[in-house]
Design a protein around this ligand. Sequence first.
Ligand code: NAP
Length: 477
Amino acid sequence: MVQDYKVFINGNWIQTDDKIDVVNKYTQQTYVKIAKAGEKEVDEATEAAQSAFKDKQMPPYKRYQILKRVSELLQENKDTLAENLSIEAGKPLKQARTEVDRATQTFELSAEEAKRIHGEGVPVDAAPGSENRMAYTLKVPVGVIGAITPFNFPINLVAHKIAPAIAAGNAVVLKPASKTPVSALKLAELFQEAGLPDGFLNVIVGSGSEVGQQMMEDKRINAYTFTGSAEIGLKLKQNTGLNKLILELGNNSPVIVDKEADIDKAADNIAQKSFAFAGQVCISVQRIYVHEDVKDEFQEKLVHAVKGLKVGDPMDPETDVGPMISEEEAERAEEWVNEAVHHGAEVIEGAKREGALLHPTLLTNVEKNMKVVCEEVFAPVATIIPFSDLKNCIDELNESRYGLQGGIFTKNLETAFYAARHVEVGGLMINDSSQYRVDLMPYGGVKNSGWGKEGPKYVIEDLTEERLVVFNLDSEK
Ligand code: NAP
Protein backbone atom coordinates (compact mmCIF):
# COMPACT_ATOMS: atom_id res chain seq x y z
CA MET A 1 0.00 0.00 0.00
CA VAL A 2 1.26 3.49 -0.90
CA GLN A 3 1.82 5.58 2.24
CA ASP A 4 1.23 9.33 2.47
CA TYR A 5 3.67 11.76 4.09
CA LYS A 6 3.36 15.48 4.74
CA VAL A 7 6.02 18.13 5.13
CA PHE A 8 7.06 19.20 8.64
CA ILE A 9 6.81 22.92 9.43
CA ASN A 10 6.75 24.55 12.87
CA GLY A 11 5.89 21.25 14.55
CA ASN A 12 2.94 20.59 12.22
CA TRP A 13 2.51 18.06 9.45
CA ILE A 14 1.31 20.03 6.41
CA GLN A 15 -0.53 18.68 3.37
CA THR A 16 -0.09 20.35 -0.04
CA ASP A 17 -1.76 19.88 -3.44
CA ASP A 18 1.28 18.64 -5.34
CA LYS A 19 2.87 15.28 -4.52
CA ILE A 20 6.29 13.72 -5.00
CA ASP A 21 6.38 9.96 -5.67
CA VAL A 22 9.14 8.02 -3.94
CA VAL A 23 9.86 4.67 -5.59
CA ASN A 24 11.25 1.43 -4.22
CA LYS A 25 14.65 1.51 -5.94
CA TYR A 26 14.70 -2.24 -6.52
CA THR A 27 11.14 -2.81 -7.78
CA GLN A 28 10.68 0.75 -9.14
CA GLN A 29 7.14 0.77 -7.64
CA THR A 30 5.89 3.93 -5.88
CA TYR A 31 5.68 3.21 -2.15
CA VAL A 32 5.31 6.72 -0.69
CA LYS A 33 3.67 9.95 -1.85
CA ILE A 34 4.91 13.11 -0.15
CA ALA A 35 3.38 16.56 -0.02
CA LYS A 36 5.57 18.76 -2.22
CA ALA A 37 6.58 22.07 -0.66
CA GLY A 38 5.83 25.15 -2.75
CA GLU A 39 6.94 28.76 -2.31
CA LYS A 40 4.51 29.27 0.60
CA GLU A 41 5.76 26.26 2.57
CA VAL A 42 9.42 27.20 2.10
CA ASP A 43 8.61 30.70 3.33
CA GLU A 44 6.69 29.37 6.36
CA ALA A 45 9.46 26.92 7.23
CA THR A 46 12.06 29.70 7.26
CA GLU A 47 9.75 31.98 9.26
CA ALA A 48 9.19 29.19 11.81
CA ALA A 49 12.93 28.57 12.13
CA GLN A 50 13.62 32.27 12.62
CA SER A 51 11.00 32.69 15.35
CA ALA A 52 12.09 29.50 17.14
CA PHE A 53 15.65 30.80 17.13
CA LYS A 54 14.59 34.21 18.47
CA ASP A 55 11.96 33.19 21.00
CA LYS A 56 12.51 29.62 22.19
CA GLN A 57 16.23 29.29 22.91
CA MET A 58 17.04 26.13 24.86
CA PRO A 59 19.84 25.82 27.43
CA PRO A 60 22.61 23.36 26.50
CA TYR A 61 21.40 20.62 28.89
CA LYS A 62 17.98 20.67 27.18
CA ARG A 63 19.58 20.35 23.73
CA TYR A 64 21.65 17.49 25.15
CA GLN A 65 18.55 15.71 26.46
CA ILE A 66 16.66 16.00 23.16
CA LEU A 67 19.56 14.87 20.96
CA LYS A 68 20.36 12.01 23.35
CA ARG A 69 16.71 10.91 23.26
CA VAL A 70 16.75 10.95 19.43
CA SER A 71 19.84 8.72 19.49
CA GLU A 72 17.97 6.25 21.72
CA LEU A 73 14.88 6.39 19.50
CA LEU A 74 17.03 5.62 16.46
CA GLN A 75 18.08 2.36 18.11
CA GLU A 76 14.53 1.57 19.27
CA ASN A 77 13.32 2.01 15.67
CA LYS A 78 16.41 0.53 13.99
CA ASP A 79 14.65 -2.27 12.09
CA THR A 80 11.96 -0.08 10.52
CA LEU A 81 14.38 2.72 9.72
CA ALA A 82 16.85 0.31 8.08
CA GLU A 83 14.09 -1.36 6.05
CA ASN A 84 12.84 1.99 4.82
CA LEU A 85 16.41 3.00 3.94
CA SER A 86 16.80 -0.18 1.94
CA ILE A 87 13.59 0.49 0.05
CA GLU A 88 13.99 4.21 -0.59
CA ALA A 89 17.71 4.16 -1.46
CA GLY A 90 18.21 0.55 -2.64
CA LYS A 91 20.87 0.21 0.06
CA PRO A 92 21.65 -3.39 1.06
CA LEU A 93 20.01 -4.11 4.39
CA LYS A 94 23.25 -4.80 6.27
CA GLN A 95 24.68 -1.44 5.12
CA ALA A 96 21.36 0.25 6.00
CA ARG A 97 21.57 -1.15 9.55
CA THR A 98 25.12 0.20 9.83
CA GLU A 99 23.88 3.60 8.71
CA VAL A 100 21.27 3.69 11.49
CA ASP A 101 23.98 2.75 14.01
CA ARG A 102 26.19 5.53 12.69
CA ALA A 103 23.37 8.07 12.89
CA THR A 104 22.87 6.99 16.51
CA GLN A 105 26.52 7.86 17.10
CA THR A 106 26.19 11.19 15.29
CA PHE A 107 23.29 12.18 17.56
CA GLU A 108 25.03 10.96 20.70
CA LEU A 109 28.24 12.83 19.83
CA SER A 110 26.28 15.99 19.05
CA ALA A 111 24.40 15.70 22.34
CA GLU A 112 27.72 15.52 24.18
CA GLU A 113 29.13 18.47 22.25
CA ALA A 114 26.12 20.59 23.24
CA LYS A 115 27.57 20.63 26.77
CA ARG A 116 31.10 21.54 25.68
CA ILE A 117 30.59 24.72 23.65
CA HIS A 118 32.55 27.46 25.35
CA GLY A 119 34.65 30.52 24.72
CA GLU A 120 37.91 31.47 26.42
CA GLY A 121 39.55 34.19 28.42
CA VAL A 122 41.58 36.69 26.35
CA PRO A 123 44.47 38.44 28.19
CA VAL A 124 43.85 41.89 26.69
CA ASP A 125 45.48 43.43 29.79
CA ALA A 126 48.80 42.19 28.36
CA ALA A 127 48.61 44.94 25.71
CA PRO A 128 50.10 48.30 26.80
CA GLY A 129 47.34 50.74 27.71
CA SER A 130 44.81 47.93 28.41
CA GLU A 131 45.87 47.21 31.98
CA ASN A 132 42.35 47.89 33.27
CA ARG A 133 40.59 45.71 30.72
CA MET A 134 39.37 42.11 30.92
CA ALA A 135 38.00 40.03 28.06
CA TYR A 136 36.51 36.69 27.17
CA THR A 137 34.78 35.14 24.16
CA LEU A 138 31.32 33.63 23.88
CA LYS A 139 30.34 31.02 21.29
CA VAL A 140 26.89 32.00 20.03
CA PRO A 141 24.72 30.15 17.51
CA VAL A 142 24.65 31.48 13.94
CA GLY A 143 20.83 31.52 13.65
CA VAL A 144 18.87 29.80 10.89
CA ILE A 145 20.74 27.06 9.06
CA GLY A 146 19.67 26.05 5.53
CA ALA A 147 20.65 22.39 5.03
CA ILE A 148 20.53 20.52 1.73
CA THR A 149 21.37 16.80 1.59
CA PRO A 150 22.10 14.12 -1.05
CA PHE A 151 20.45 10.77 -1.69
CA ASN A 152 23.19 8.40 -0.62
CA PHE A 153 23.04 8.51 3.21
CA PRO A 154 19.47 9.67 3.85
CA ILE A 155 19.71 9.24 7.63
CA ASN A 156 23.30 9.76 8.64
CA LEU A 157 24.14 12.69 6.39
CA VAL A 158 20.90 14.37 7.47
CA ALA A 159 21.97 13.62 11.06
CA HIS A 160 25.32 15.35 10.40
CA LYS A 161 23.43 18.47 9.28
CA ILE A 162 20.73 18.68 11.93
CA ALA A 163 22.23 17.30 15.14
CA PRO A 164 25.32 19.56 15.48
CA ALA A 165 23.26 22.58 14.34
CA ILE A 166 20.71 22.02 17.10
CA ALA A 167 23.47 21.15 19.61
CA ALA A 168 24.88 24.64 18.95
CA GLY A 169 21.50 26.34 19.47
CA ASN A 170 20.53 26.96 15.84
CA ALA A 171 17.22 26.32 14.06
CA VAL A 172 17.18 24.34 10.81
CA VAL A 173 15.36 24.33 7.48
CA LEU A 174 16.21 21.02 5.81
CA LYS A 175 15.68 20.05 2.19
CA PRO A 176 16.49 16.36 1.73
CA ALA A 177 17.17 14.76 -1.68
CA SER A 178 13.95 14.25 -3.66
CA LYS A 179 14.79 10.62 -4.34
CA THR A 180 15.22 9.72 -0.64
CA PRO A 181 13.21 12.13 1.55
CA VAL A 182 11.35 9.59 3.71
CA SER A 183 14.17 8.99 6.23
CA ALA A 184 14.41 12.74 6.94
CA LEU A 185 10.67 12.88 7.69
CA LYS A 186 11.02 9.85 9.94
CA LEU A 187 13.81 11.68 11.79
CA ALA A 188 11.45 14.64 12.24
CA GLU A 189 8.94 12.25 13.87
CA LEU A 190 11.65 11.12 16.30
CA PHE A 191 12.52 14.74 17.12
CA GLN A 192 8.86 15.42 17.85
CA GLU A 193 8.70 12.43 20.15
CA ALA A 194 11.91 13.60 21.86
CA GLY A 195 10.28 16.98 22.64
CA LEU A 196 12.06 19.40 20.29
CA PRO A 197 10.28 22.78 20.53
CA ASP A 198 8.30 23.64 17.37
CA GLY A 199 10.22 25.44 14.64
CA PHE A 200 13.74 24.25 15.47
CA LEU A 201 13.51 21.64 12.71
CA ASN A 202 11.53 22.08 9.50
CA VAL A 203 11.69 19.51 6.71
CA ILE A 204 10.53 20.62 3.28
CA VAL A 205 10.52 18.24 0.33
CA GLY A 206 10.74 19.49 -3.23
CA SER A 207 13.09 19.79 -6.16
CA GLY A 208 16.51 21.34 -5.75
CA SER A 209 15.94 23.81 -8.55
CA GLU A 210 12.80 25.20 -6.85
CA VAL A 211 13.05 24.68 -3.07
CA GLY A 212 16.87 24.83 -3.06
CA GLN A 213 16.86 27.97 -5.18
CA GLN A 214 14.34 29.70 -2.92
CA MET A 215 16.39 28.78 0.16
CA MET A 216 19.52 30.28 -1.42
CA GLU A 217 17.72 33.59 -1.98
CA ASP A 218 16.17 33.84 1.51
CA LYS A 219 17.97 36.49 3.56
CA ARG A 220 16.60 35.05 6.82
CA ILE A 221 18.91 32.03 6.42
CA ASN A 222 22.21 32.85 8.10
CA ALA A 223 24.35 29.87 7.05
CA TYR A 224 24.14 27.07 4.50
CA THR A 225 25.39 23.55 4.83
CA PHE A 226 25.34 21.40 1.70
CA THR A 227 26.38 17.85 0.89
CA GLY A 228 26.16 16.78 -2.75
CA SER A 229 27.82 17.20 -6.11
CA ALA A 230 30.49 19.79 -6.89
CA GLU A 231 28.24 21.19 -9.62
CA ILE A 232 25.45 22.13 -7.18
CA GLY A 233 27.99 23.11 -4.52
CA LEU A 234 29.34 25.72 -6.92
CA LYS A 235 25.79 27.05 -7.46
CA LEU A 236 25.45 27.52 -3.73
CA LYS A 237 28.78 29.32 -3.52
CA GLN A 238 27.75 31.67 -6.32
CA ASN A 239 24.28 32.36 -4.93
CA THR A 240 24.61 32.68 -1.17
CA GLY A 241 26.50 35.96 -1.01
CA LEU A 242 28.56 36.59 2.10
CA ASN A 243 26.71 34.00 4.21
CA LYS A 244 28.59 31.19 5.91
CA LEU A 245 28.74 28.09 3.74
CA ILE A 246 29.88 24.53 4.40
CA LEU A 247 30.35 22.33 1.32
CA GLU A 248 30.85 18.54 1.42
CA LEU A 249 31.25 17.54 -2.22
CA GLY A 250 32.38 14.70 -4.48
CA ASN A 251 35.58 12.78 -5.06
CA ASN A 252 37.23 10.17 -7.31
CA SER A 253 39.09 8.54 -4.44
CA PRO A 254 42.59 7.18 -5.01
CA VAL A 255 44.12 4.23 -3.16
CA ILE A 256 47.76 3.18 -3.61
CA VAL A 257 48.84 -0.45 -3.28
CA ASP A 258 52.59 -0.28 -2.70
CA LYS A 259 54.96 -3.14 -3.50
CA GLU A 260 55.46 -3.58 0.26
CA ALA A 261 51.74 -3.97 1.01
CA ASP A 262 49.84 -6.89 2.51
CA ILE A 263 48.23 -7.84 -0.80
CA ASP A 264 45.52 -10.12 0.65
CA LYS A 265 44.40 -7.41 3.04
CA ALA A 266 44.47 -4.74 0.33
CA ALA A 267 42.48 -6.86 -2.16
CA ASP A 268 39.76 -7.82 0.36
CA ASN A 269 39.44 -4.29 1.68
CA ILE A 270 39.32 -2.63 -1.74
CA ALA A 271 36.73 -5.13 -3.02
CA GLN A 272 34.42 -4.09 -0.16
CA LYS A 273 35.19 -0.39 -0.27
CA SER A 274 34.80 0.13 -4.01
CA PHE A 275 31.37 -1.41 -4.31
CA ALA A 276 29.50 -0.80 -1.02
CA PHE A 277 26.16 0.87 -1.81
CA ALA A 278 26.94 0.29 -5.49
CA GLY A 279 29.91 2.69 -5.33
CA GLN A 280 27.59 5.61 -4.50
CA VAL A 281 29.64 6.72 -1.51
CA CYS A 282 31.61 9.94 -1.79
CA ILE A 283 34.79 8.16 -0.59
CA SER A 284 34.32 4.95 -2.64
CA VAL A 285 37.57 3.66 -4.08
CA GLN A 286 37.65 4.66 -7.76
CA ARG A 287 41.34 4.82 -8.76
CA ILE A 288 43.54 1.94 -7.60
CA TYR A 289 47.24 2.70 -8.20
CA VAL A 290 49.17 -0.58 -7.93
CA HIS A 291 52.94 -1.01 -7.99
CA GLU A 292 53.83 -2.95 -11.13
CA ASP A 293 55.80 -5.56 -9.12
CA VAL A 294 52.60 -6.71 -7.38
CA LYS A 295 49.98 -5.82 -9.99
CA ASP A 296 49.30 -9.35 -11.29
CA GLU A 297 49.03 -10.87 -7.82
CA PHE A 298 46.84 -8.00 -6.55
CA GLN A 299 44.59 -8.02 -9.60
CA GLU A 300 43.99 -11.77 -9.36
CA LYS A 301 43.12 -11.52 -5.65
CA LEU A 302 40.92 -8.47 -6.18
CA VAL A 303 38.93 -10.15 -8.96
CA HIS A 304 38.50 -13.21 -6.73
CA ALA A 305 37.21 -11.04 -3.85
CA VAL A 306 34.87 -9.09 -6.15
CA LYS A 307 33.40 -12.31 -7.55
CA GLY A 308 32.52 -13.20 -3.95
CA LEU A 309 30.26 -10.14 -3.56
CA LYS A 310 26.57 -10.94 -3.67
CA VAL A 311 24.68 -8.72 -6.12
CA GLY A 312 20.89 -8.33 -6.09
CA ASP A 313 17.90 -7.52 -3.90
CA PRO A 314 18.92 -5.01 -1.20
CA MET A 315 16.36 -6.48 1.19
CA ASP A 316 18.21 -9.82 1.17
CA PRO A 317 20.41 -9.70 4.28
CA GLU A 318 23.25 -11.39 2.34
CA THR A 319 23.39 -8.79 -0.48
CA ASP A 320 26.56 -6.68 -0.80
CA VAL A 321 25.74 -4.72 -3.97
CA GLY A 322 22.21 -3.57 -4.77
CA PRO A 323 20.77 -1.33 -7.48
CA MET A 324 21.96 2.18 -8.21
CA ILE A 325 19.67 5.05 -7.29
CA SER A 326 17.99 4.96 -10.74
CA GLU A 327 18.18 3.19 -14.04
CA GLU A 328 19.31 6.45 -15.71
CA GLU A 329 22.29 6.64 -13.37
CA ALA A 330 23.20 3.00 -14.10
CA GLU A 331 22.95 3.74 -17.84
CA ARG A 332 25.15 6.81 -17.42
CA ALA A 333 27.83 4.77 -15.62
CA GLU A 334 27.58 2.01 -18.25
CA GLU A 335 28.11 4.63 -20.97
CA TRP A 336 31.27 5.87 -19.22
CA VAL A 337 32.55 2.28 -19.07
CA ASN A 338 31.75 1.72 -22.77
CA GLU A 339 33.44 4.96 -23.70
CA ALA A 340 36.59 3.90 -21.82
CA VAL A 341 36.52 0.48 -23.50
CA HIS A 342 36.12 2.16 -26.88
CA HIS A 343 39.35 4.06 -26.16
CA GLY A 344 41.31 0.96 -25.15
CA ALA A 345 40.35 0.12 -21.55
CA GLU A 346 39.99 -3.57 -20.69
CA VAL A 347 37.14 -4.96 -18.60
CA ILE A 348 38.49 -7.50 -16.14
CA GLU A 349 35.25 -7.95 -14.21
CA GLY A 350 31.59 -6.95 -14.48
CA ALA A 351 30.34 -4.30 -16.93
CA LYS A 352 27.00 -6.10 -16.96
CA ARG A 353 23.78 -4.15 -16.33
CA GLU A 354 20.23 -5.29 -15.53
CA GLY A 355 18.02 -2.20 -15.15
CA ALA A 356 19.38 -0.16 -12.24
CA LEU A 357 21.73 -2.99 -11.21
CA LEU A 358 25.25 -2.50 -12.51
CA HIS A 359 27.50 -5.40 -11.57
CA PRO A 360 30.81 -4.53 -9.82
CA THR A 361 33.10 -3.48 -12.64
CA LEU A 362 36.89 -3.41 -12.76
CA LEU A 363 38.80 -1.78 -15.61
CA THR A 364 42.46 -1.72 -16.49
CA ASN A 365 44.53 -0.20 -19.34
CA VAL A 366 42.82 3.09 -18.55
CA GLU A 367 44.08 6.58 -19.44
CA LYS A 368 44.05 9.48 -17.00
CA ASN A 369 41.72 11.59 -19.16
CA MET A 370 38.98 8.91 -19.32
CA LYS A 371 35.82 9.89 -17.39
CA VAL A 372 36.03 6.69 -15.29
CA VAL A 373 39.36 8.03 -13.98
CA CYS A 374 39.20 11.83 -13.93
CA GLU A 375 35.49 12.42 -13.16
CA GLU A 376 33.54 11.17 -10.14
CA VAL A 377 31.98 7.94 -11.44
CA PHE A 378 29.71 7.42 -8.37
CA ALA A 379 28.88 3.86 -9.45
CA PRO A 380 30.27 0.35 -8.82
CA VAL A 381 33.21 0.98 -11.16
CA ALA A 382 36.91 1.02 -10.19
CA THR A 383 40.03 1.36 -12.31
CA ILE A 384 43.43 -0.29 -11.85
CA ILE A 385 46.43 1.87 -12.77
CA PRO A 386 49.98 0.44 -12.53
CA PHE A 387 52.93 2.57 -11.39
CA SER A 388 56.66 2.10 -10.95
CA ASP A 389 57.71 5.23 -9.03
CA LEU A 390 55.80 6.38 -5.94
CA LYS A 391 56.62 10.06 -6.36
CA ASN A 392 55.36 10.11 -9.97
CA CYS A 393 52.28 8.13 -8.92
CA ILE A 394 51.40 10.69 -6.22
CA ASP A 395 52.05 13.59 -8.61
CA GLU A 396 49.67 11.96 -11.09
CA LEU A 397 46.90 11.17 -8.62
CA ASN A 398 47.12 14.75 -7.31
CA GLU A 399 46.16 15.99 -10.78
CA SER A 400 42.54 15.27 -9.77
CA ARG A 401 40.26 18.27 -9.22
CA TYR A 402 39.04 16.48 -6.09
CA GLY A 403 40.64 15.75 -2.73
CA LEU A 404 38.29 14.26 -0.14
CA GLN A 405 39.99 11.11 1.16
CA GLY A 406 42.59 8.64 -0.10
CA GLY A 407 44.42 5.56 1.11
CA ILE A 408 47.70 3.69 0.86
CA PHE A 409 48.53 0.09 1.66
CA THR A 410 52.20 -0.23 2.64
CA LYS A 411 54.31 -1.77 5.40
CA ASN A 412 57.06 0.77 4.77
CA LEU A 413 56.95 3.66 7.24
CA GLU A 414 58.93 6.01 5.00
CA THR A 415 56.47 5.42 2.17
CA ALA A 416 53.50 5.98 4.50
CA PHE A 417 54.93 9.26 5.79
CA TYR A 418 55.80 10.41 2.28
CA ALA A 419 52.19 9.78 1.20
CA ALA A 420 50.82 11.54 4.30
CA ARG A 421 52.83 14.63 3.41
CA HIS A 422 52.11 14.68 -0.31
CA VAL A 423 48.68 13.22 -1.17
CA GLU A 424 46.34 16.22 -1.50
CA VAL A 425 43.26 15.13 0.46
CA GLY A 426 41.29 16.04 3.58
CA GLY A 427 42.03 12.59 5.07
CA LEU A 428 44.56 9.85 4.24
CA MET A 429 44.14 6.28 5.47
CA ILE A 430 47.27 4.15 5.95
CA ASN A 431 46.69 0.43 5.40
CA ASP A 432 43.07 1.10 4.69
CA SER A 433 41.20 2.44 1.73
CA SER A 434 39.72 5.89 1.23
CA GLN A 435 36.33 4.70 2.41
CA TYR A 436 36.88 4.96 6.16
CA ARG A 437 34.72 7.24 8.24
CA VAL A 438 33.61 7.27 11.84
CA ASP A 439 31.34 10.07 12.84
CA LEU A 440 33.50 11.78 15.43
CA MET A 441 36.44 12.44 13.11
CA PRO A 442 37.03 15.66 11.14
CA TYR A 443 35.70 14.91 7.69
CA GLY A 444 35.86 17.12 4.63
CA GLY A 445 37.80 17.73 1.48
CA VAL A 446 40.20 20.07 -0.26
CA LYS A 447 40.03 21.41 -3.85
CA ASN A 448 36.63 20.71 -5.48
CA SER A 449 35.70 18.29 -2.68
CA GLY A 450 34.54 21.16 -0.53
CA TRP A 451 35.12 23.53 2.35
CA GLY A 452 34.76 23.00 6.06
CA LYS A 453 34.77 19.87 8.16
CA GLU A 454 31.96 17.70 9.45
CA GLY A 455 32.10 15.66 12.64
CA PRO A 456 30.02 17.29 15.41
CA LYS A 457 32.94 18.82 17.33
CA TYR A 458 34.46 20.33 14.17
CA VAL A 459 31.35 21.56 12.38
CA ILE A 460 30.14 23.33 15.52
CA GLU A 461 33.06 25.73 14.98
CA ASP A 462 31.34 26.82 11.74
CA LEU A 463 27.83 26.74 13.20
CA THR A 464 28.71 29.20 15.96
CA GLU A 465 30.13 32.71 15.97
CA GLU A 466 32.84 33.84 18.34
CA ARG A 467 31.80 37.02 20.16
CA LEU A 468 34.43 38.98 22.06
CA VAL A 469 33.34 40.70 25.28
CA VAL A 470 35.69 43.36 26.71
CA PHE A 471 35.22 45.01 30.09
CA ASN A 472 36.71 48.46 30.58
CA LEU A 473 37.10 48.40 34.37
CA ASP A 474 37.51 51.38 36.63
CA SER A 475 41.28 51.74 36.99
CA GLU A 476 40.98 53.62 40.32
CA LYS A 477 39.69 50.59 42.23
P1 NAP B 1 23.20 16.47 -6.00
O1 NAP B 1 22.55 16.15 -7.28
O2 NAP B 1 24.22 17.53 -5.97
O3 NAP B 1 21.99 16.82 -5.00
C1 NAP B 1 22.24 17.12 -3.65
C2 NAP B 1 21.12 17.98 -3.11
O4 NAP B 1 21.12 19.23 -3.80
C3 NAP B 1 19.73 17.37 -3.32
O5 NAP B 1 18.94 17.64 -2.20
C4 NAP B 1 19.24 18.13 -4.54
O6 NAP B 1 17.84 18.19 -4.66
C5 NAP B 1 19.81 19.51 -4.26
N1 NAP B 1 19.84 20.38 -5.44
C6 NAP B 1 19.80 20.03 -6.75
N2 NAP B 1 19.81 21.14 -7.53
C7 NAP B 1 19.85 22.19 -6.70
C8 NAP B 1 19.87 23.61 -6.91
N3 NAP B 1 19.86 24.13 -8.12
N4 NAP B 1 19.91 24.38 -5.82
C9 NAP B 1 19.93 23.87 -4.57
N5 NAP B 1 19.89 22.55 -4.31
C10 NAP B 1 19.87 21.72 -5.37
O7 NAP B 1 23.88 15.17 -5.36
P2 NAP B 1 23.30 13.70 -5.21
O8 NAP B 1 23.25 13.06 -6.55
O9 NAP B 1 22.09 13.70 -4.35
O10 NAP B 1 24.48 13.05 -4.34
C11 NAP B 1 25.66 12.60 -4.89
C12 NAP B 1 26.79 13.59 -4.72
O11 NAP B 1 26.96 13.91 -3.35
C13 NAP B 1 28.13 13.01 -5.16
O12 NAP B 1 28.85 13.98 -5.85
C14 NAP B 1 28.80 12.66 -3.83
O13 NAP B 1 30.20 12.58 -3.89
C15 NAP B 1 28.33 13.78 -2.98
N6 NAP B 1 28.46 13.44 -1.56
C16 NAP B 1 29.44 14.05 -0.83
C17 NAP B 1 29.60 13.71 0.52
C18 NAP B 1 30.65 14.36 1.39
O14 NAP B 1 30.54 14.27 2.61
N7 NAP B 1 31.66 15.02 0.84
C19 NAP B 1 28.77 12.75 1.09
C20 NAP B 1 27.80 12.16 0.30
C21 NAP B 1 27.63 12.52 -1.03
P3 NAP B 1 17.03 17.12 -5.57
O15 NAP B 1 17.26 15.82 -4.92
O16 NAP B 1 15.65 17.61 -5.48
O17 NAP B 1 17.63 17.20 -6.93
